[in-house]
Write a protein that binds this ligand. Structure first.
Ligand code: NCD
Length: 304
């Protein structure tokens, strides 16, 4: 059975834990040099309408490990610059017999539209400020490798929560698997209606990360932000930066995470980003394995 992977919010818990188990299994096999399933008859289209380093390369790497072929559409070089609609682009790829799509788009909901016209599996690689499901899976795998369970963990998501699809997917996933989620940031960058996302809102950093077992730092999404939402980057950094001084309020052994790209000196300082509490590189590495699991799951575990 083919499936789409669009949002964590609507995924049943057993599907989330199944994907995490599968990713851990793929990681163990790749690290041991053992065989993983071959999906060599599958061609995946990578459509990145927004910039990406980590996510795009890790989807490519995941496809490579599974023996798939990936076809990269640099959207600036596609017919969309000639006025073609998203719908017609998707229909073209479908009739060229591309088997599945990975899609990043600035509009929330674009992967749903693509799935409607494409039919085959569509994997959301980040849509607007809606969701980024595979990032949340990579983050959960990284936490689980160090804390064993998410149940009862205090996880503070700090920064521009309002514009962050990473914050949304993480809040849903962590809440579903039993963590206590806190959303921390200036009021203008927290969800306007607290009931829109699971978790308690805090506009004071010390209170928001006090007793935290995990802190997820977020980049200020200036490309999605209206003027005047923060008074200045300097003031934001002085109130919300994760550094040795502020990390004292968290629990000993607190993990510091960041989905990247990092704006060093803004949401996190150099020493913390490169320090022993940070698991940022491990998040990147796990991104490859959760995307392998996502491909395998979306194509119904098909092997050839
Ligand atoms: C994030 C994104 O694009 O949503 N990056 C990522 O995929 N790892 C976060 C960001 O851009 O700040």
């Amino acid at each position: 059975m083919n499936r789409n992977l669009i949002a964590i919010r609507t995924m049943p818990n057993d599907e989330i834990t199944g994907l995490l188990d599968l990713a851990a299994e793929f990681k163990a096999k790749i690290n041991a040099g053992e065989d993983v399933p071959s999906m060599k008859k599958t061609v995946i289209g990578l459509l990145f309408f927004e910039n990406s380093t980590r996510t795009r390369v890790s989807f490519e790497q995941a496809a490579f490990y599974l023996g798939m072929r990936s076809s990269n559409f640099a959207t600036s070089a596609s017919s969309m610059t000639k006025g073609e609609t998203l719908k017609d682009t998707i229909l073209t790829l479908r009739h060229e017999r591309i088997n599945g799509l990975v899609m990043r788009h600035k509009s929330s909901g674009a992967p749903m539209l693509a799935a409607k016209h494409f039919g085959g599996p569509v994997l959301n690689a980040g849509d607007g400020q809606h969701e980024h499901p595979t990032q949340a899976l990579a983050d959960a795998l990284t936490i689980l490798e160090r804390k064993t369970s998410l149940e009862g963990l205090n996880v503070s998501i700090v920064g521009d929560v309002e514009h962050s699809r990473v914050a949304r997917s993480n809040a849903w996933l962590l809440d579903k698997l039993g963590a206590n989620v806190r959303l921390v940031g200036p009021r203008t960058l927290l969800p306007p209606h607290p009931s829109m996302l699971p978790g308690e809102c805090y506009d004071e950093l010390e209170e928001g990360i006090s007793g935290a077992d995990v802190i997820i730092c977020l980049r200020l999404q200036r490309e999605r932000m209206a003027e005047g939402m923060i008074s200045s980057i300097g003031e934001y950094a002085s109130l919300y930066q994760i550094n040795a001084d502020t990390l004292r309020f968290a629990n000993p052994g607190c993990l510091v995470m960041h989905p990247g790209p990092i704006n060093r000196g803004v949401e996190i300082d150099d020493v913390t980003a490169d320090g022993d509490s940070a698991v940022i590189n491990q998040q990147v590495e796990n991104g490859v394995f959760v995307r392998m699991a996502a491909f395998y799951w979306c194509f119904g575990g098909q092997q050839s």
